[in-house]
Design a protein around this ligand. Structure first.
Ligand code: GDP
Ligand code: IMO
Ligand code: MG
Length: 423
C-alpha cells in the first residue's frame, strides 16, 4: 500500500502519461494536483492513442477514481470538450469515477488573451507558452482575485462575480490592443459548462483523506517537469505551478507524511518545448528523432527541442523532488546512435560546475562536459525483459540512473503498455 508521487524529472513530456497508465493498474485513485490543459499526456492502448490534458490518465482504466485537485487551474469549457472526446471513444466518465475539487481555480478567456498578448509584447524574449492562459490564471489566484469551481457552479453568485472580473480584465485587454470580451456570451458559455461539471464537483480534500486513512493506493500524476517549476525551474522560462513533488501535497491537501514514494520519469535523452536554456541541445539528435516522426508536442504540435541526457540537471531533479525511483522512457529512440553522450558537468566562465546554476542566463552560457557511452545499434522495442536488453543499453541506463542518484525500476522501449520492463 503506498501513495506515490510521479514527477517529470526534466522539462516535461518525459512519458509521464504512459508510466501513469502502467502504475494505475495497482492504484485505486489517480490525482492531478497542478498545471492545467497546458499538459498533454499520451497513452496508447493497443493501437488507440489518447491524449489527456486535464483529466488524469488513470481514467482509461476501469474502476479507478480520477481526481482534479485544488492545485489545478481548470478551463471548464476545455474540460467539457475533453469529457465529450472520451465519451466518443467509449470511455465512461461519471461522478463515480471522476471528481473535481471545488477549490480548483478557473481559467477564463481573458487569461488566454493576456497570455498571448504578453508573449507578443516580449517578442524574442517570449517564454513560448502553450497560450492556455496558465500564467495569468495562477497570477489571479495568487493576487486573490481568482474564481473557483465553487463560484462557477453557484448560479446566484457567478453572474455578478463574472461581471466584476470581466470589467477589470476588459480594460486591461483593451489597453494591450485586444478586443473586449462580451459578458452575455461568456456568461452563457461558462454557465453551461458549470452545469455540465456540477455533478463532479466535490470536497476532494476530504475524499482523499478518507481514502488515504483506509489505505487506498493513491497515485499523484505530475504535469510538466522539474525545470518548468515556478520555483526550481529555469525562471522565467517556466510554467506557473510547482511541478516538483511538493506540489502534489499543496495541490491535493494530502500532507507530506502521507506520501510514501516519489517516482521520477526521465527520457533516455532530453527534450524541451518552448524557449529557455537547454545546455545539451543538439541538432544531430533533434534531426534523428524528428526524422523518426517523434518529439512533436502533444498539446501544441510544436517540434520539441532535443539533446543528450543531462545528468547535472537530473541530479538536481532527484534532489529537489526526493526521487526514490526512476522510470526511463524512450530508450528505443537511441537504438541507432553509435556514440551516446551524457552531460556530467558544465563549463562556464572558466569554471567547472557540477550543479545547476540558479541564473537562467548563466545556464544558457554553460557548455556541457560529456562522457561517451557506446551505443547498442539494435532495436529494443520488442524486448520485454531488462536482462534481454543489449549489454551496452543496460550499462547506459544503469549509469544515467547512478549519475542521477536514484534507483532504476522501470524501463520503457515503446509507447505501449507491453513495452515496459520492471527491474
Ligand atoms: P508526458 O507529457 O510526460 O505524458 O509525455 P507526452 O505524452 O507529452 O510525450 C511522450 C511521448 O513519448 C508520447 O508520444 C508517448 O506515446 C511516447 N512514449 C512514451 N514512452 C515511450 C517509449 O518508451 N518509447 C517510445 N517510442 N515512445 C514513448
Ligand atoms: P506535460 O505535462 C512540456 C512549457 C511551455 C512553455 C512553458 C510555459 O505534457 O509534460 P505555460 O503554457 O505552462 O505557461 O508554458 O512550459 N510547458 C510544457 N512543456 N510539457 C508540458 O506538459 C508543458 N506544459 C507547459 O512549452 O515553455
Ligand atoms: Mg506532454
Amino acid at each position: 500500500m503506498a501513495n506515490v508521487i510521479l514527477v517529470g524529472a526534466q522539462w516535461g513530456d518525459e512519458g509521464k502519461g504512459k508510466i501513469i497508465d502502467v502504475l494505475t493498474e495497482t492504484s485505486e485513485i489517480v490525482v492531478r494536483t497542478q498545471g492545467g490543459n497546458n499538459a498533454g499526456h499520451t497513452v496508447f492502448i493497443g493501437r488507440d492513442k489518447y491524449v489527456l490534458h486535464l483529466i488524469p490518465s488513470g481514467i482509461l482504466r476501469p474502476n479507478k477514481v480520477c481526481v482534479i485537485g485544488n492545485g489545478v487551474v481548470l478551463d471548464p469549457v476545455g474540460l467539457v470538450g475533453e469529457l465529450d472526446g472520451l465519451a466518443r471513444l467509449g470511455i465512461p466518465v461519471t461522478p463515480a469515477n471522476f471528481q473535481i475539487s471545488e477549490t480548483a481555480h478557473i481559467v477564463f478567456p481573458w487569461h488566454r488573451q493576456l497570455d498571448g498578448a504578453r508573449e507578443t509584447r516580449k517578442g524574442k524574449d517570449k517564454i513560448g507558452t502553450t497560450k492556455r492562459g496558465i500564467g495569468p490564471a495562477y497570477g489571479d489566484k495568487a493576487a486573490r482575485v481568482g474564481m473557483r469551481m465553487i463560484d462557477l457552479i453557484n448560479r446566484e453568485r457567478f453572474p455578478a462575480k463574472l461581471r466584476e472580473r470581466l470589467a477589470e480584465n476588459n480594460e486591461v485587454i483593451q489597453a494591450l490592443g485586444g478586443t473586449a470580451l462580451d459578458y452575455d456570451q461568456l456568461l452563457a458559455e461558462y454557465t453551461a459548462a458549470g452545469d455540465r461539471l456540477r455533478p463532479f464537483v466535490k470536497n476532494t480534500v476530504l475524499f482523499l483523506h478518507e481514502a488515504s486513512q483506509r489505505g487506498a493506493n493513491i497515485l499523484f500524476e505530475g504535469a510538466q517537469g522539474t525545470f518548468l517549476d515556478i520555483d526550481h525551474g529555469t525562471y522565467p522560462y517556466v510554467t506557473s505551478s510547482n511541478t516538483t513533488s511538493g506540489g502534489a501535497c499543496t495541490g491535493s491537501g494530502v500532507p507530506p507524511n502521507r506520501m510514501d514514494k516519489v517516482v521520477g520519469v526521465l527520457k533516455a535523452y532530453t527534450t524541451r518545448v518552448g524557449e529557455g536554456p537547454l545546455p545539451t541541445e543538439n541538432a544531430v539528435i533533434s534531426d534523428l528523432l524528428h526524422g523518426m516522426g517523434r518529439e512533436f508536442g502533444a498539446t501544441t504540435g510544436r517540434a520539441r527541442r532535443c539533446g543528450w541526457f543531462d545528468a547535472v540537471a537530473t541530479r538536481h531533479a532527484a534532489m529537489v523532488n526526493g526521487i526514490d525511483e526512476l522510470a526511463i522512457t524512450n530508450i528505443d529512440g537511441l537504438d541507432t546512435v553509435a556514440d551516446i553522450q551524457v552531460c556530467v558537468a558544465y563549463r562556464v566562465d572558466g569554471q567547472l560546475l557540477r550543479h545547476l546554476p540558479s541564473d537562467s542566463e548563466v545556464l544558457a552560457r554553460c557548455e556541457p562536459v560529456y562522457e561517451h557511452f557506446p551505443g547498442w545499434s539494435t532495436p529494443t522495442d520488442a524486448i520485454t525483459q531488462f536482462s534481454d536488453l543489449p549489454v551496452n543499453c543496460r550499462h547506459y541506463l544503469l549509469s544515467i540512473a547512478q549519475l542521477t542518484g536514484a534507483r532504476l525500476t522501470i524501463a520503457s522501449v515503446g509507447p505501449a503498455r507491453e513495452q515496459t520492463m520492471f527491474l
